[in-house]
Design a protein around this ligand. Structure first.
Ligand code: ZN
Length: 310
């Protein structure tokens, strides 16, 4: 059976305080959790090169990227990002963007059309800079890079963002790019409080549980059918922060609700015979092991989808 390609880098986990409200330790913990899975023997781990400055500047203002590299962001910018300005945080941003780029290429080449990065989904970073724990928009960098390659295989992409927060940065980066369709299903009463305009937005009220959420996923995917038909690739932000116990989520999904969500997306992509690249997205808990396991379950489901496609 073909192996499932997953992208990982030790740079995904930056050195910040373990007491920081962003659970940075989850990146190493997700990798450790997956390594212990019985199915991990059928995984091919890929190490991505970090994105280059030039690639980063296809999604972000060059001035921002240069100041990021130089450690010269303003206090205001650092506050908006919510992560300390240090070399490992910068290295993580470039590693994450390079990882998503590689995962997109791997999904396209994979026998089953599925691949994932064990990071990514930094969807609040916009053209002007980072915010909301997002330093660099990895999906923005990856898709902008693929679209501008000579004779690109990627001519149209679809971003399905089911992180509980709106994918506002991705929407903004691709607002004037007709080749990338951005779709976001999120909690309306949550960060970012001023929403961007995606090509398709569905905002749900706080407290929406499985019974309201899953029909909304179904509706979203139905409305994306005509886009998926023309797309060369789907990028799926599989943030687990819609979960009821998530610190920042507010959408009250159960474990089985989250599982059903992922299965719907994978089945829909399979029905359309499209490559799908999964990125990790958000997930917040004081206990890193808990949130890492919640992310790891997404990969259990991705592996099942991979098996179904073989
Ligand atoms: Zn989120």
């Amino acid at each position: 059976m073909a192996a499932l390609p997953l992208v990982f880098s030790r740079r995904y986990q930056a050195a910040i305080s373990a007491r920081h409200r962003f659970p940075m330790g989850k990146y190493g913990a997700v990798h450790a959790a997956l390594s212990a899975r019985p199915w991990f023997s059928e995984v091919e781990i890929h190490r991505a090169a970090p994105a280059t400055l030039d690639q980063a500047a296809r999604a972000h203002d060059l001035n921002y990227v240069e100041r990021l590299v130089a450690g010269a962001l303003s206090d205001r910018e650092v506050r908006d990002i919510g992560l300390p300005q240090n070399a490992s945080v910068v290295a993580r941003a470039f590693a994450s963007a390079g990882g998503t780029l590689l995962a997109c290429r791997l999904a396209k080449d994979a026998a089953t059309g599925l691949a994932a990065s064990l990071a990514g989904g930094s969807h609040h970073a916009n053209r002007a800079g980072g915010r909301g724990f997002c330093v660099m928009n990895d999906v923005g960098v990856a898709l902008s890079t693929l679209l501008t390659e000579p004779n690109p295989w990627l001519k149209r992409a679809l971003v399905v963002d089911l992180d509980v927060h709106q994918g506002d940065g991705t929407a903004e980066i691709f607002a004037d790019e007709p080749r990338v369709f951005t779709a976001s299903l999120h909690c309306q009463d949550n960060y970012p409080f001023t929403k961007a305009i995606s090509d398709l937005d569905i905002g749900l009220p706080a407290g929406t549980g499985d019974s309201g959420y899953l029909p909304a996923v179904d509706q979203l995917l139905h409305r994306l059918d005509s886009v998926a038909i023309r797309a060369d690739m789907i990028v799926y932000n599989a943030g687990v922060d819609p979960h009821v116990e998530d610190r920042l989520g507010r959408l009250a999904l159960s474990d089985s609700g989250l599982a059903a969500r992922d299965e719907m997306v994978f089945e829909w992509a399979r029905a359309h015979r499209k490559p799908l690249c999964l990125v990790l997205g958000g997930g917040y808990d004081r206990d890193v092991a808990v949130v890492a396991e919640r992310h790891a379950h997404v990969f259990d489901r991705l592996y099942s989808a991979h098996k179904l496609r073989t």
